[in-house]
Design a protein around this ligand. Structure first.
Ligand SMILES: NC(=O)c1ccc[n+]([C@@H]2O[C@H](COP(=O)([O-])OP(=O)(O)OC[C@H]3O[C@@H](n4cnc5c(N)ncnc54)[C@H](O)[C@@H]3O)[C@@H](O)[C@H]2O)c1
Length: 505
């Protein structure tokens, strides 16, 4: 409002000054028969301007305000609005003329200045508003072509990194619940996890690198929420190339969130990690101090901070700190401790526990997907800007206890314990907050995860747990250059685009 008032004051004053200037030219022409710089005449016109401008300014501001120039809906334009402007400017000049008349000869404003000033004010005030509305319409048309500004179907969800270990479980659950799911993923570890969905109704894959803004813009169009799971995951994988990790885990998170915010995404669920807590003897809850011990954990802490810093009334980040995940997925991972030990138990008949006393919180991958859906469906006011640990109080185990669980499920396994000074992570987490606020509680145990793996091996779903695709650090190491530095601005083989979800309409 203040800006619009300042612009109007400038326009009204410029119009009066211009009208006086024209009147001065006419006066100098009629006195000299030509345009002359007559200092005396100029000074007298300047005096007239200074004596009268403030009167006009006050009259204009009062009448424009009363005419509704500064209300919220004032920027539309139409016949009615044009009439309001005509009426307000005319009233302003009538009031101004009356005040000048009452002031008598002390102001000395030539009467002929009034109609000219009125005309110039009308043109400038109306012209600026018209120009503004036309430019705005043009911008809206461009944004409309891009899908900005439309209210998307709340069932449209973008899962970034949806081809991964957690994503491939989540995507299926979302489809079962009637969501229309778009996945943005580079398929770093192959496309086996989603291939069977390519022909599913309501599923769409945008294959692309989410460091590339074009791929992100394309993926967020017509989406209502974003679930961001994409990352370089795990301490060893992140340590391979710090710059790459920074780009993928932090810089891209900011970009995806900013683009999402610009496209009217209201809910942004972010996959963080309980590894932000580092090492502690305490049971960590969401208010506990974070103490990241690795680059991976640091990128999570920083991502959380930046997402909270861009929270607004219309953009709600929700931060989910997952415990260490376990269990079978459509993109199996055998670089996660429970899964790895379970697979070694079955294939190799022996496992080695390093350390043993350190605490870790575990959560089943199906429970993680359920918790994400819980946050997606919770009232926005409840989850907006919230941090939730995702695990269960019963899911905190010493590594030694994990060995015992595996021994229970696979009795023939030989368990060895070795000292390990390398991995300092040691923490327990409380998941009381998500239980209290969203009613979420984990339904599966570490034992369920071990049983999953046993079943997957026995049914031939996993024939070689050492396959590089099953380990992030091995895959990225073996595929080095290709995996890490894939040209980020090449994107997008759209595998399937169901009606109503396609980026091009
Ligand atoms: N699995 C766990 O134990 C665990 C624990 C805590 C937090 N998390 C977090 O959950 C999220 C998902 O983990 P996950 O276990 O499913 O990991 P994952 O490695 O299986 O999946 C990551 C996915 O992101 C994709 N991706 C990576 N970089 C990309 C890029 N530049 N462009 C496009 N796609 C890219 C990969 O192709 C992959 O499909 C991650 O943010 C992770 O940090 C996982």
């Amino acid at each position: 409002m203040l800006k619009r008032m300042v612009v109007d004051v400038l326009l009204v004053n410029l119009s009066l000054a211009l009208a006086l200037f024209v009147r001065y030219l006419v006066a100098s022409w009629s006195q000299q028969g030509a345009f002359f710089v007559d200092q005396h005449l100029m000074r007298s016109f300047l005096g007239i301007y200074l004596n009268s401008a403030w009167l006009l300014t006050v009259a204009a501001l009062v009448i424009f305000y009363v005419s509704g120039f500064y209300t919220r809906g004032s920027m539309y334009i139409g016949h009615y609005k044009a009439l309001v402007i005509l009426q307000a400017v005319t009233l302003t000049y009538l009031a101004f003329g009356s005040l000048v008349f009452l002031a008598g000869t002390s102001i000395g404003l030539p009467r002929s200045v009034l109609p000219l000033g009125w005309l110039l004010t009308l043109m400038s005030i109306g012209g600026v508003r018209l120009a503004f509305v036309l430019v705005e319409r043009e911008v809206m048309r461009d944004l409309g072509a891009l899908g900005v500004g439309e209210v998307p179907d709340p069932r449209n969800v973008l899962v970034v990194g949806g081809a991964g270990y957690i994503g491939s479980v989540l995507v299926r659950k979302l489809l079962e619940r009637g969501y229309r799911v778009r996945v943005l993923d580079r398929l770093l570890y192959g496309d086996d996890s989603l291939a069977e969905l390519y022909h599913a109704e309501d599923f769409e894959l945008v294959q692309g690198d989410f460091r590339n803004v074009e791929a992100v813009v394309r993926a967020v169009q017509r989406m209502s929420s974003i679930i961001h799971l994409g990352a370089v995951v795990g301490d060893p994988a992140c340590a391979l190339d710090e710059e790459f990790t920074f780009e993928v885990n932090l810089a891209a998170t900011r970009m995806i969130a900013e683009v999402g915010k610009g496209y009217g995404i209201r809910r942004f669920l972010f996959a963080s990690s309980c590894s932000v807590y580092g090492a502690s003897e305490e049971i960590m809850d969401e208010r506990s101090l974070v103490a990241p011990l690795s680059l991976y954990a640091r990128t999570k802490v920083e991502s959380e901070r930046l997402l909270l810093s861009i929270k607004s009334e219309s953009f709600s980040p929700v931060l989910l700190r997952f415990a260490t995940v376990c269990g079978m997925s459509h993109r199996p991972r055998f670089d996660l401790v429970v899964n790895l030990l379970a697979a070694q138990a079955i294939f190799d008949k022996k496992i080695t526990i390093f350390g043993g006393d350190q605490w870790r919180p575990f959560v089943h991958v199906d429970d993680v997907a359920d918790a994400i859906i819980g946050c997606l469906e919770a009232p926005l006011a409840v989850v907006s800007g919230q941090v939730f640990n995702v695990g269960s109080d019963d899911g905190n185990h010493r590594l030694m206890q994990v060995g015992d669980i595996i021994k229970r499920v696979v009795p023939e396994v030989e368990v060895t314990v070795r000292q390990n000074a390398e991995d300092e992570r040691n923490y327990r987490v409380s998941s009381e907050k998500i239980r209290r606020m969203l009613g979420f509680s984990a339904n599966r145990t570490v034992e369920d995860a071990v049983l999953d793996i046993v079943r997957a091996v026995r049914t031939g779903r996993v024939v070689n747990y050492r396959k590089p695709q099953y380990s992030n650090v091995r895959w990225l190491t073996e595929n080095g250059e290709t995996a890490i530095t894939m040209v980020p601005n090449i994107y997008s083989v759209v595998m399937r685009m169901p009606e109503g979800m396609s980026a091009t309409g």
